[in-house]
Design a protein around this ligand. Structure first.
Ligand code: FEO
Length: 396
């Protein structure tokens, strides 16, 4: 992205790209970096800034605003904060310092959170509710409360005169591509899917309501606060409709870790058995896993079979991590399984089952073996593959 973009006459992208960032929330890999999209909306009477940027990029935002001043656009009357997480609200204090007369507009919950997280004085905050509007003269800001995509205080802004919808994190992607729009639609789709998997999937149950509401609004452009702007809203709305539907893919995910080869032998045998039964699968080695790719696969896969040895009486810590994450992301996985080995004893299966108990999935019979797998153990893996094949047949 260049330093400043005009999306429609008087509506500017004034955000910041973060090409070098490789980790979000100290957890989520960002192979393509990310962007913090802030937008300046200039009306005939008032001007509004929609969201800001992550604090380390505050100077980029201020520079963009300075450049607009050079073009004759003076002052900011409103700073709309869609979401309190600091990658969007963190530079509000800097903008307030630069434009001391500006009012911060937020949902009632966000109003409180902005005071708690950023110590913004309550006196500069104006709260709005669903359907409330603020006139900028020839443009209107219409607010839509959108809790749980992905915090409880989130809201969207719609500008009916331009048919532009600003959705903050919702419908975003972690991409810093040097372009505002989707120059490469496939890369855009995959970036949006990865983002959905990592950030939005735990809230899949509330998303269809928002999709329906947006469908009824006849939106021309959707502008999220990360990644690319959607000039074809149908692409992203259809993708979200599919990801949040009940439909699962004929796919088995096998995240695993092995210490001395016993669990790996089980994984290899399961992979061969699935291949013989024409069931697609994907193996993720937990020692080198890209969490984003794993999360993306979880969006559709019908079955997850976790492989782990027993260490100090419980699962391998990497398997604990994977199981915890699988449970926390709340995918629509229908079938779960556990394979692994132990040396002398332990409570590995109980610990993993406990981590996954929040998922509404059927637990298949675990295959837990003592030491290196015997022929009998491998026959149990074959039976597990039969169970999976039977269930996957019913998917179609
Ligand atoms: Fe992009 Fe939830 O912040």
């Amino acid at each position: 992205m260049s330093n400043m973009h005009e999306i429609k006459p008087g509506i500017y992208w004034v955000g910041a790209e973060d090409w070098d960032r490789r980790l979000f929330d100290s957890l989520i890999p960002l192979p393509e970096g990310t962007s913090y999209n802030a937008y300046l909306v200039v009306g005939s009477e008032k001007t509004a800034l929609l969201d800001t940027v992550d604090p380390p990029k505050r100077e980029v935002l201020i520079r963009h605003l300075d450049r607009l001043e050079e073009k004759g656009i003076e002052g900011i009357d409103y700073i709309v904060s869609h979401h309190t997480e600091q990658d969007h609200s963190g530079a509000i204090p800097d903008v307030l310092e630069r434009y001391p007369g500006a009012k911060v507009v937020a949902s009632p919950k966000a109003g409180k959170m902005l005071v708690e997280h950023l110590r913004i004085p309550e006196s500069v905050i104006t709260t709005v509710d669903d359907g409330d509007t603020i006139s900028l003269g020839d443009r209107t800001l219409e607010f839509i409360m959108a809790p749980w995509v992905h915090w409880p205080e989130t809201m969207f802004t719609y500008i009916p005169e331009d048919r532009m919808l600003f959705t903050c994190d919702f419908l975003g992607s972690h991409l810093a591509t040097g372009d505002l729009y989707d120059a490469d639609p496939r890369a855009h789709y995959l970036g949006a899917k990865r983002y959905y998997a990592e950030i939005m999937m735990p809230f899949a149950h509330v998303i269809p309501g928002y999709l329906e509401r947006i469908r009824k609004m006849d939106v021309d452009i959707i502008a999220p606060s990360h990644g690319l702007i959607h000039r074809d809203p149908d692409m992203i709305l259809s993708a979200y409709e599919e990801w949040t539907s009940d439909k699962v893919a004929n796919m088995v995910l096998i995240p695993y870790v092995s210490m001395h080869g016993s669990t790996r032998r089980l994984v290899e045998h399961l992979a061969e058995a699935l291949m013989e039964r024409d069931i697609p699968f994907k193996v993720h080695d937990l020692t080198t896993i890209d969490l984003g790719e794993y999360a993306m696969d979880l969006v559709d896969a019908a079955t997850v079979i976790l492989g782990t040895p027993t260490v100090l009486g419980g699962p391998h810590p990497l398997a604990v991590y994977a199981a915890y994450l699988t449970g926390a992301l709340r995918p629509k996985t229908r079938y779960l399984g556990l394979i692994g080995s132990y040396g002398w004893g332990g409570r590995m299966p109980e610990a993993i089952t406990d981590l996954l108990k929040g998922l509404k999935a059927e637990m298949l019979e675990p295959v837990i073996v003592k030491g290196h797998p015997t022929q009998d153990d491998l026959a149990r893996i074959e039976r597990l593959a039969d169970e999976i094949a039977g269930r996957h047949r019913s998917l179609e």
